[in-house]
Write a protein that binds this ligand. Sequence first.
Ligand code: ADP
Length: 439
Amino acid sequence: MRNPWQKELWRNLGLILAGLVIGILVGNMALGLLVVLVIYTGWHLYNIHQLICWLREGRKFRPPEARGIWDDVFENIFRLQQRNRKRKRELRSMLKRFHKITVALPDATVELRSGSDQIEWWNNAAAKYLGFESPRDSGQRISNLLRYPAFVEYLHKGDYDQAIEMPSPVDENITLRIRVIPYSGNRRLVLARDMTRMQKLERMRQDFVANVSHELRSPLTVVSGYLETLLDAGAVETEFAGQLQSMQQQTERMNCIVDDLMLLSRLENEVPHPDQQAVPVAALIDSIIGQGRVLSGTAEHTIVSDVDDALCIKGSESELYSAFSNLVFNAIRYTQAGGHISICWKLIDGEPVFSVEDSGAGIEAHHIPRLTERFYRIDTGRSRASGGTGLGLAIVKHVLLRHEGELEIDSEPGKGSCFRCRFSGNRYIDCEQSKAGAA
Ligand code: ADP
């Protein structure tokens, strides 16, 4: 096909020629050209009118018949329209598919209106778990329908990194994990997942560990009691004395593991005491250092401390003792004889911080995220030989969780490690003030 502009150019030349011929015939060139110009402009105006009518009508499928450059214009617009129609059809079917998927999702999904907490839309699972009814609840504020205080606070706080758990308003035996997902500027999606089964399994696991450790307790006490009596009384021949001593050591180790398992179960299951005391951490550290020196024994580690005596913390004394002593005893056990251990307790940026730094073997970076897992050890043989249960740092993690604290670990192989417990500023209390309050 020839270029339409070329055709149009020839047409124009033809018209000018016709105008000139008419001009010669009527003896007035300008008149001849004017007649041609009027006809040409009229033709364009007619086609523009056709185009406007066609576009305005919208539904008419085929473009109007036209000639010359206008045929090309109509054809191109027609092709563009076809392409747009096809894209619209695809988008519509995609939207339908997406809608069907969201409706069928097992998790409750609620869409909130832009910039507000009014409900725009929800799926079937939201009706099941949150009790929403259509059309009654459409446009209602979600905080009016889900009045659970933790949810209302979470929704309004705007920090959606963590999920929260709450009972379903339909059935309080169902536990829901709620997560708000902000998207596209100021729109939000509220997702709720049924966690009842997971919670049940978790409770079964916790009960199992608590029961097993409790049940092991009595036979272990009996065995270690008899072993002690036998060794004390010297009732066995010397050839068995070695084996008996080894049996006693292993029973002691099992006792330690059972103790730690029971402590972990308590930390997981028991609700922290609401009325927490001001714990005199300085005295706690003194006692831990004393025991640390005994543990160090002939290894003669240098243990130094920098402790703020006036800095107390609200919490449980026995739990904090377990956490801090685990960190100090680890530093001693994993640092070579004569090594240096530094213990620090002070306020940093308004937050109470307990840290233990050692000049030990250090830890490779890839181990660090897994250290607080139960029974995770870098060197199993060394941990066992040094009397470790593999549960120390898991205990530290749980104690800190119950005290609004976080564990930070910095370590470099060959240089040593630093374990830092950073508590929330809310926990800080002046020891003198707390004594005066108590008096
Ligand atoms: P364990 O009873 O085996 O010491 P923990 O949970 O207390 O168990 O510690 C887990 C592992 O972390 C240990 O096995 C040890 O490899 C490593 N670890 C803990 N503290 C230190 C430390 N101060 N220096 C080097 N490694 C450490």
